[in-house]
Each structure stands twice: as C-alpha cells, then as structure tokens.
Design a protein around this ligand. Structure first.
Ligand code: ADE
Ligand code: ZN
Length: 367
C-alpha cells in the first residue's frame, strides 16, 4: 500500500508517541518497584481513618448496628461529600461508630498495618482519638486492649512494629483532654506521646498549652496537626513550636509561606508529616499543590515525610501510592525517594539504636 507524505508523518509521530509511552510506563514500573522495596516509616495515620468502607459494613453487621449505608459505594459517596475539614470529621466520626469491641479495634489496626506492609511500611506511629470512643461509652481499657493486641499481632504475625500517639481533639474542651490524659495514666508507658487533631480552632495552641505541659511533665512527647491552608495558619504553626513545644508538625505545608518559620523549623530539627492525599479528580489542583510542597521541602532540606492520614476515607491510598503520585506529579529522583524514607526514620520517636538499624536497612535496600 502506498502512503502519502502526510500519512507517513502521522505514522512516524504515532510510533514515537508509542515508544515514549512505553518508556514512561517502564519508568513508572521501575520507580514503583523501587519505592515499594525501600523500608519506610509512617508517622501520620489515624487509626480511625484506616477503616475501609467494606470493613465498616462488616462491623456494622457484626455489632447489629442500624446500617446507615447499604453498600461500600454509598459509604464512598458520603466520603466524597466532605467539603472541608469540619465536614470531613463528621463523616470520620460517623464511620468510626461501628468500632466497638476490643476485637474490632485490633482487627481494624491489623488490617491497615498488613496492607501498609505490602508497600514497604515496616514501622508506624499511629494516632488514635480516645475522646471519640469514651464519649460513646467505649471504655478506655477496651481501646487500649484492642490497640495493644494489634501491636502484638503485627509484630508476631508479619514482623511490623507499631507504636501509638494519643490525640486530643482541638474542638473539644481542655477539661476533657486533661481528663483523658489522667485516665490514660495506666497506659502511658505504652504510648509515645500526644498530638492534636480535628477541626482547627482559632488559637488552639494557646488553648492546649497547659495540657501539653502536663503531658510533657509525664514523659510524653508532643506533636500537633497544623492542617493545610487553615485560617491563622502561620500563627498556629508558631504557637505549636513556641507554646506547645512540639517536635513535629503534622501536615505543616504552610511552613513554606514564612521564611522565618522555614528557618525555625530547620534550626530546631522539627519533622513535617505531609499528607499528599487529596486526589486531583476530587479537588482540582490539590494534589499538585501538595506534591510541589514536598519537592520544595526536599530542596530546602527540611525533614519532610510522606504519610497517608486517613486511607480508609481517601480511596485506600497508602504511603507507596502517595510517593508514586508525588513522583508522577513533580518527578522525584531516586535520591529524593531515599531521603523521604530516611527522614521517616530520622524524625520517628525511636530509640537511637533502633533508628540506626532502620536507617542501615534503607541504605542497604537503596544500593
Ligand atoms: N483527623 C483525622 N485526620 C485529620 C486531619 N488530617 N486533620 C485533622 N484532624 C484529623
Ligand atoms: Zn491527620
């Protein structure tokens, strides 16, 4: 068959495009394999936010709770309805209501840790929200028994280590936070520290300064959420550093908006647990914004890490998926991927000897 000049050019262009697509698919597959193969820590994931829609339905049935949703698709639709942090937390609280028994707590945590391990997460510091459980009549002892059973199961059954960080809710009272802090004393040696989450109220660092001082005096470490693009975010970041005396900031993307904050975070060795979780299809430009922030933080040599936050409510995306998502969006070098993994252990609240072992494992895997 005779080709016209134009037809020939079209064929050449199509061939070149196919070669390029094959090359980028191969690059993506190689990057994915590399990311998955590197041991990583996750430092910002909420126990309650790991509950997958299918698991939600199973627990609702097992606990004979009136099923508000008939299908996992209906749960996912409800999750997509969230417009802001406040409405997101409404869905979060609604879904966690099916977690009731010690076995439920254990099962939900183990399910997440097993999935995360498949993407190379070997160590997790997991948040949990005790006020959301005690307020609906679940004893603190049940919460801790379930979480600690998960810790033993993850270690014994598939060799993953999990430690816990107890969060106070920023939209609840100081008295309630102090009551939980005192009531949880029998388990203080089984947790690493305290955090703050839920909707961001004005001046929340000042509100919780006394609670954090008390927690630190009891030997607990401190971190706090500073969610992305919230009102008064810079003042809140400063308050977390200076009034709450946190060692890490959870999210912390807005650090980039203030050169003095960048300098302070760097000088004080503050870790940043960024969550590039919201996908483009949901909120245009959001992932790109968060991915660019990760890249910029790497360039500035800040102690940035990548975390999944609430994978059960965010399409099940785990740390490996998110690192790959960031790579697709802004391009990460192999060295940057290794730095992200190293940072995750550098800012983890691990004994130094254990940190050295994990860092050596990262170096070995990256060779
Ligand atoms: N609770 C669960 N995820 C949260 C987040 N990213 N910010 C504040 N509170 C949360
Ligand atoms: Zn969070």
């Amino acid at each position: 068959m005779k080709r016209t000049g134009l037809g020939l050019w079209a064929a050449v262009i199509a061939f070149a495009a196919a070669v390029q697509a094959a090359a980028s698919a191969a690059d993506e597959a190689a990057t994915k394999a590399f990311i998955w193969s590197i041991p990583k820590a996750e430092l910002h994931v909420h126990f309650e936010g790991t509950l997958e829609p299918e698991h939600y339905l199973e627990l609702a049935k097992r606990n004979s709770l009136p099923g508000r949703y008939a299908t996992a698709a209906a749960v996912r639709q409800r999750q997509r309805d969230g417009r802001d942090l406040k409405s997101f937390i409404e869905v979060y609280e609604e879904l966690l209501s099916v977690i009731r028994t010690e076995a439920d707590f254990r099962e939900v945590a183990v399910a997440h840790l097993r999935r995360a391990k498949a993407q190379g997460i070997v160590y997790t510091e997991m948040f949990f929200d005790p006020q959301m459980h005690t307020e609906r009549g679940i004893p603190l002892a049940t919460v801790f028994a379930g979480l600690l059973a998960a810790q033993a199961a993850a270690r014994n059954e598939f060799g993953v280590r999990v430690e816990y960080i107890m969060c106070f809710n920023r939209d609840r009272s100081v008295e309630s936070a102090l009551a939980i802090l005192e009531a949880s004393k029998p388990w203080h040696r089984r947790i690493l520290g305290v955090g703050l989450d839920n909707p961001e109220e004005k001046d929340f660092p000042r509100k919780f300064a006394g609670v954090f001082a008390r927690a630190r005096s009891l030997g607990l470490r401190a971190t706090s959420h500073c969610d992305v693009n919230q009102p008064n975010t810079l003042a809140h970041h400063w308050g977390c550093l200076d009034e709450l005396k946190v060692e890490r900031i959870d999210h912390g993307i807005n650090v980039l908006d203030d050169p003095a904050l960048i300098a302070a975070v760097k000088a004080r060795g503050i870790g940043l647990t960024v969550c590039p979780t919201l996908m483009e299809a949901d909120i245009p430009g959001r992932l790109e914004f968060r991915a660019k922030a990760v890249k910029r933080m790497l360039e500035l040599r800040l102690l940035v890490t990548i975390n999944s936050d609430d994978p059960g409510l965010m399409r099940g995306l785990l740390v490996g998926d998110l690192m790959l998502g960031v790579h697709r969006t802004v391009g990460l070098t192999k060295a940057e991927i290794v730095t992200l993994a190293e940072n995750s252990f550098r800012i983890a609240w691990l004994p130094e000897a254990d940190r050295a072992v994990y860092l050596a494992a990262v170096r070995e895997a990256a060779r």
